[in-house]
Design a protein around this ligand. Structure first.
Ligand SMILES: Nc1nc2c(ncn2[C@@H]2O[C@H](COP(=O)(O)OP(=O)(O)OP(=O)(O)O)[C@@H](O)[C@H]2O)c(=O)[nH]1
Ligand SMILES: [Mg+2]
Length: 175
């Protein structure tokens, strides 16, 4: 089975661990009082790819942990919390992703009844080079999580040409 490292980033309480749990119900979460302090980890197969999912801590004081966990990632998923306004913590995530030069998807997480952010994702973050897709869904209910997984595999499979792309192609093509 071909492998890929997928790292989930986002500010505190955005829904990263909830998303990982939704994708892999038996995933582990190293947490304290519900907040991830080290990582979430789970893996599953999707469309011929073995996705190793690493959730990171969102709290600013654990930023170093995020940076370490993210090292060597093939693709990132940014869980953007639509229940709160886009703020400086989100801007820091965007900076981190831009500096990582990694292809990434935004999962705009809608928590029913508490939507504070209504601007479109591209209004909030522009169109950074690494941005490969936007999925609006719910980490808890699982709404559009299958589409997110499809998009992850699309990124992994469509990277022809560059050195890194070839590596990813090797990882996920079936033949
Ligand atoms: N209703 C609803 N609640 C959600 C959803 N996603 C997350 N939550 C809630 O939001 C809170 C935070 O979710 P977590 O998944 O722990 O957030 P996190 O991003 O892992 O947070 P840190 O580990 O602190 O960075 C929890 O109470 C979740 O139940 C969602 O899609 N819908
Ligand atoms: Mg968490």
């Amino acid at each position: 089975m071909k492998l890929a490292k997928v790292v989930i980033v986002g500010k505190d309480e955005a829904g990263k661990s909830t998303l990982v749990q939704n994708i892999v119900p038996e995933a582990i979460n190293i947490e304290r009082h519900g907040r991830t302090i080290a990582l979430d980890y789970g893996n599953r197969e999707h469309l011929g790819c073995k996705l190793h999912l690493f959730g990171t801590p969102g709290q600013a004081r654990f930023r170093i942990v995020r940076d370490v966990v993210a090292r060597g990632m093939d693709v990132a998923v940014w869980v953007l919390d639509y229940s709160r306004h886009f703020d400086d913590r989100d801007k820091e995530i965007l900076k981190f992703l831009n500096e990582s030069k990694v292809p990434f998807l935004v999962f705009a997480n809608i928590k029913p009844g508490v939507q504070k952010e209504r601007r479109r994702v591209t209004r909030l973050i522009g169109k950074p080079e690494g941005l490969k897709g936007i999925v609006v869904g719910s980490a808890k209910s699982g709404f559009r999580v299958a589409e997110l997984l499809d998009e992850i595999v699309n990124i992994l499979e469509s990277k022809n040409g560059s050195k890194k792309a070839n590596r990813l192609e090797d990882k996920c093509s079936d033949n």
